[in-house]
Ligand binder design. Structure first.
Ligand SMILES: Cc1cc2nc3c(=O)[nH]c(=O)nc-3n(C[C@H](O)[C@H](O)[C@H](O)COP(=O)(O)OP(=O)(O)OC[C@H]3O[C@@H](n4cnc5c(N)ncnc54)[C@H](O)[C@@H]3O)c2cc1C
Length: 469
């Protein structure tokens, strides 16, 4: 068999930083930038899922509160318009025994319920506002890797039992997996019937319209370049306008360390950005799908350090994310350049996972920033200046988490205490990264160790999966 052509098609060069969702979207007219002076009760900075959900929930909970949302580019520009579109229930570090030791079953049960509530909130919003975002409630697979002996999967199952999640899960034997997926690398699996897949950008744009109808003032192309805290108000400057507010929500996730004016409140060290990359194939033909035999067209996440996730899109493509290629940016660089190794190796790995797809071309590749906290537990709560709420540390579970965080932040801003203000995620003592001077090298050395492990797993696989350094 001819090896697949490693030369990326021209589309890569033309659309480097655009996700499939942006590329395939309807024409979009951004809301006008902020100009002149605006005064509101609450300002939300960041037009990703966290920011839009916060703005929506603020107006939904109190129609009298005035709310503005400022987005530096367009709604969905960050990770929210660049992700794989999977709604999954995931939380914390991937070492489940360590999670249990560190936090205990009660807190973890609360955290997993919180993420699950994020999915339920998205589903309720889609129903209530008739949002067209291609949502398919397929559930998803946590897939063991044969080369890993599926030990992580066993640990995950024991963990889920301890925190009362097992009723959502169904164990799938290796023989069943072999009948359902034509992949030489898949072992046993766990099927989680919650969640599914959607088009995150369609969802977000529609939710923005709903929020605007409720009265949220949205300004796109309005980067906040300065935040000044005064006793009587908080003053924000964008290139062309000034906004004064009583309360502020910082919903900038992986960009949070760059916001000028919050350095003394610990925003610089609360999270660290990591870039993750995705490829989407051209649409699979019906013979391709028949050859794969993929049940329910549900998303598949490898439960292994060799992290790959595969998500079928509504129009029959495969969208996949490769964890090995994650990049920790240098300093304050947030450029969206795609990993050239992922461009070259991703299609080869896809063929190794699914030999029936050897003739399938990549249609597009892109990257986006996720945010990591020191213990992988997301941050949501109030800063030491109690007028400012924030959330960050959203990674591959960020669509449900950000949606749920939006509800929490709205309650905190409206001084509605119960139940979120008392929840563990809000009240817990958040651990910051050490000084920014060493945080990037530290995260880079942690990722280098994970990459070494991944290369070892790749060498054990049959056929081998080769990763360049
Ligand atoms: C390749 C990839 C695949 C992923 N797959 C999934 C998945 O399948 N499922 C899932 O749930 N999650 C997934 N995620 C993670 C998920 O997308 C994020 O966790 C989530 O979108 C974070 O949302 P957010 O609103 O907190 O941040 P973002 O979406 O990043 O939004 C932050 C916004 O703030 C804006 N901003 C920054 N600075 C300023 C400023 N100074 N002034 C004004 N605005 C500013 C940015 O432009 C941006 O739009 C994936 C992420 C990536 C990159």
């Amino acid at each position: 068999m001819e090896p697949p052509n490693p030369t990326p098609p021209r589309t890569h060069l033309l659309h480097r930083s655009r996700s499939h969702w942006f590329h395939s979207a309807e024409p979009y007219a951004p809301s006008a930038p902020l100009e002149g002076v605006l005064e509101v009760d609450v300002c939300v900075v960041g037009g990703g899922v966290t920011g839009v959900s916060t703005a929506y929930h603020l107006k939904e909970m109190d129609p009298h509160v005035s709310v503005a949302l400022l987005e530096s580019e367009v709604v969905g520009f960050g990770a929210s318009g660049r992700n794989a579109g999977q709604l999954i229930v995931a939380f914390g570090e991937s070492d489940f025994k360590a999670q249990m030791r560190r936090h205990g079953a009660a807190k973890l049960r609360e955290a997993y319920t919180y993420i699950h509530e994020g999915i339920s909130t998205i589903e309720a919003l889609i129903d209530e506002h008739d949002i067209d975002c291609d949502y398919e409630q397929t559930g998803y697979f946590e897939m063991g890797l044969r080369a890993d002996d599926s030990t992580t999967l066993d640990e995950y199952l024991a963990f889920c039992r301890e925190i009362g999640q097992e009723s959502f899960l169904e164990q799938i034997s290796e023989a069943q997996v072999a009948r359902s997926f034509q992949s030489p690398h898949f072992g046993r699996a766990v099927f989680d019937r919650r969640g599914g897949q959607f088009n995150p950008l369609k969802y977000l744009r529609a939710l923005k319209l709903v929020a605007q109808r409720l009265g949220v003032q949205v300004h796109e192309n309005s980067p906040v370049v300065c935040i000044e805290r005064e006793p009587s108000c908080i003053r924000l400057q964008t290139g062309s306008g000034t906004l004064r507010c009583q309360k502020l929500v910082v919903a900038t996730n992986a960009y949070s360390h760059l916001l000028p004016g919050l350095e003394d409140l610990g925003m610089v060290r609360s999270q660290s950005p990591v870039f993750v990359y995705a490829n989407v194939t051209e649409p699979l033909s019906e013979p391709h799908w028949r050859a794969l035999n993929w049940p329910r067209r549900a998303g598949v996440n490898l439960m292994s350090k060799l992290f790959y996730s595969f998500a079928p899109t509504r129009d029959g493509r495969l969208l996949y994310v490769g964890g090995y290629y994650a990049r920790v940016p240098q300093g304050n660089d947030m450029s969206l350049d795609i990993s050239s190794n992922f461009l070259r190796e991703g299609p080869r790995h896809l063929t190794s996972f699914f030999p029936a797809l050897s003739d399938l071309r990549t249609a597009q590749s892109w990257g986006g920033p996720i945010s990591t906290t020191r213990d992988f537990v997301p941050h949501v709560g109030l800063l030491a200046d109690g007028r400012i709420g924030y959330a960050n540390g959203c990674w591959g579970h960020g669509m449900p988490l950000g949606t749920r965080n939006g509800r929490t932040l709205a309650r905190l801003m409206l001084d509605r205490q119960a139940p979120d203000a008392e929840s563990w995620l809000v009240t817990r003592n958040k651990i910051d990264w050490p000084s920014r001077m060493i945080v990037s090298p530290l995260v880079r050395s942690l990722s280098a160790a994970v990459r070494r492990d991944i290369r070892k797993i790749g060498r054990k696989m049959q056929p081998r999966l080769i990763f360049e350094k």
